[in-house]
Design a protein around this ligand. Sequence first.
Ligand SMILES: [Zn+2]
Length: 241
Amino acid sequence: MNNLSYDHEERAKTVENVISNLSVKTILDVGCGPGTITNRLLGYEVSAIDPNLDYLKQVDCKEKIEGSIDNIPFGDGTFDLVLCTSVLEHLPDKTLMEGIQELKRVSKRYLLISTPYMEDLRLGYMKCGNCGGMFNVYGHRRSFLYKELIGLFQDYKVLEGRLTGKGMNRWDESLLEQRLLIGGMTFRQTHCLHCGVFNRKKQQYTTAEVRMIKKLESWNNRKMKNVKRIPSHVIILFEKG
Ligand SMILES: [Zn+2]
């Protein structure tokens, strides 16, 4: 996984920094995960929601709720700021659209959204041992351009937009296509996004395939040596318009 650089620490600090410039008291962190950002928000009244109970146990804040973005159990305009980081890229279409409506509904004034930026989902592909489908090992189903994210919040104005992280290795398009014909780019023990089966074992490659993979990687490194990486994440602060 050494070609991936998600730069969690840098991003959490940037989010913390953006929030510190606002005059807010109540914050809701939607999809708080293990509290990467939530646990840094000291001096605010913080509530957090996540569907994963194991994650919630690691979160330290005023109020923790097991729940989903598309059904947030709070009234309209309850929170000065609603945070949603590293969530939208995981959602199927319907949950995404309903979730965004919910974020807007419970926010009184600000929304802070962060997702991977222009992520090439294929770089995180693995091949499912059951159905043979390729899927992103991080469970990412979509990738966002800056203007796409803004388009989802058209009724809000953008107060600040930042890009963080040094991003992933770039791939030449035709070399990447050849590479993906051999198989996945990486592996993680996880559920397939297509068939739902839990993958325990790595895809096995023949000696010839391993040799070809190494060749393609080295050609790519040479070809892309001077190509700039794309920052890994985008953080946007919106205010109700
Ligand atoms: Zn599958």
